[in-house]
Design a protein around this ligand. Structure first.
Ligand code: GDP
Ligand code: IMO
Ligand code: MG
Length: 431
């Protein structure tokens, strides 16, 4: 249990409660590190009457003793980061935040390109958050991306922007017939200014983490998105553009971790999905509406209503395997309270065949039908019951819930070590 390194990943399609669990475990951490994604993420942390909705700031910022790091694998929209920081520091002056010099910068033409691409991709699109994520990672791969450190070097920024601006604006106008009128000179001046404002946070975070690791500090890597959005292992092309399997933490933070890690997959007791893709267990009926309203399933980033479905163990099995989970936290158990029957998908039926592991084929996924096992539900916890459960732990959970959790463990091949039954930091227990 007492491992120096913890990695938190989403086991489904994002919004499983990674922010909540990061904050919960951050109480014993020295560092919290985001290692991929950008402000497509929306992580919520609730502590008493305070609610923090974080997009780029690691959830560690809520805990003053933690140093929060935005790693090299993250893509940073500096305007969004500054807005988030400015709002945060009103009540929390001097956050311990470091931003990697090597993190790539989301530029205005990336956001325009995301809009143009979304129109172009049609039925193969993912339903992007349109924050510029795919285009900025594409520019990184093309090798004309702009990095946070470049914002501090006026001549380098000019040289790089010349190339990147021409490439992107030509593509927008000539390929997509998409209007983009912001002059290069305006972008240059604006981004130099962002560099000045962010200078105090920009740092050699890879070296900082290497030292922290060497001297035994506790480090938590806070994943964004979820398994099925991973561009290699998820439901490609309906994915995001950065890897979110746990193994990517070393790439996206620039630190080699030659040790056993605690790898915690966050599993919501049902599934939500913002965006487009096949969704085998989707509930398009009043049960889906009930869960959406009770679980307040509306996007933290875009406000879009989230699609809802029953828990899918084919999906969770793939996360256990590809991220090497050592344990799982099951969240939002309270949301299912009051339901007579709770279903769990144990396999897909595809062309009459039972499939228990995630197919790579898009055709197969379009045809997949869920095979369910049903469980009796549990009742809402009264305030007194909640307090008792917090004190007495797993053994005091309703028997039906314990059976359900045991079944998840057996089917996924991974233990459930944490149960979450409310948004607040305190509504969490260890097994
Ligand atoms: P993330 O993207 O994985 O960090 O998840 P989000 O923050 O986008 O969405 C999870 C939502 O569920 C947030 O509003 C959390 O405050 C809330 N939440 C987390 N755990 C629980 C839980 O166990 N019960 C309830 N009712 N809400 C929870
Ligand atoms: P957190 O970290 C849920 C989804 C989008 C879309 C696809 C691609 O809060 O769990 P992108 O903007 O990345 O090009 O969109 O990925 N998506 C998320 N869905 N939670 C997220 O993050 C997401 N980040 C991206 O809805 O389907
Ligand atoms: Mg979210």
């Amino acid at each position: 249990m007492n491992k120096q390194i913890t990695v938190i990943v989403g086991a489904q399609w994002g919004d499983e409660g990674k922010g909540k669990l990061t904050d919960f475990l951050a109480q014993n951490m020295d560092y919290v590190v985001r290692f991929h994604g950008g402000n497509n993420a929306g992580h919520t942390v609730v502590v008493g009457d305070k609610v923090y909705k974080l997009h780029l700031l690691p959830s560690g910022v809520v805990s003053p003793h933690v140093t929060s790091i935005i790693g090299n694998g993250v893509v940073v929209d500096p305007k969004v980061l500054l807005e988030e920081l400015n709002n945060f520091i009103v009540d929390n002056p001097k956050p311990k935040l470091l931003v990697s010099q090597r993190a790539h910068v989301i530029m205005p033409y990336h956001i325009a390109m995301d809009e143009a691409l979304s129109g172009h991709q049609g039925s193969l699109g993912a339903g992007s958050t349109k924050r510029g994520i795919a285009p900025v990672y594409a520019d990184k791969a093309y090798r004309h991306g702009i990095r946070i450190g470049d914002l501090l070097e006026p001549e380098i920024l000019k040289e790089k922007l010349d190339k990147a601006y021409k490439f992107n604006v030509d593509m927008l106008q000539k390929v997509f017939d998409f209007e983009f009128s912001t002059p290069k000179e305006d972008i240059y001046a604006e981004y130099l200014e962002y560099g000045k404002k962010l200078k105090e946070y920009i740092y050699d975070t890879e070296l900082e983490l290497a030292m922290a690791y060497k001297f035994g500090q506790n480090i938590l890597f806070e994943g964004a998105q979820g398994m099925s959005l991973d561009p290699d292992h998820g439901m490609y092309p309906h994915t995001t553009s950065s890897n979110n399997v746990a193994g990517y933490c070393e790439v996206g933070a620039g630190v080699g971790l030659n040790c056993e890690k605690r790898i915690l997959g966050i599993v919501k007791a049902y599934v939500s999905r913002v965006g487009n893709s096949p969704f085998t267990t989707e509930l398009l009926d009043e049960t889906g509406d009930f869960i959406r309203e009770k679980g307040f399933e509306y996007g933290t980033t875009t406000g879009r209503p989230r699609r809802i479905g029953w828990l899918d163990l084919v999906q969770v099995r793939q996360t256990v395997r590809t991220s090497g989970l050592t344990e799982m936290a099951v969240t939002k158990l309270d949301v299912l309270a009051g339901m007579e029957e709770i279903k769990v998908c144990v396999a897909y039926s595809i062309d009459g065949k039972m499939v228990t592991e995630m197919p790579a084929s898009l055709e197969a996924m379009r045809k997949a039908k869920p095979v369910y096992t049903s469980f009796p539900g549990w009742e809402d916890f009264s305030p007194e019951e909640k307090e008792r459960i917090k004190k007495e732990g797993f053994k005091s959970l309703p028997e039906t819930m314990q059976k359900y959790l045991k079944f998840l463990e057996e089917q996924a091949g991974c233990k459930v070590s944490i149960a979450s039954f409310g948004p607040d930091r305190s509504e969490t227990i260890f097994a």
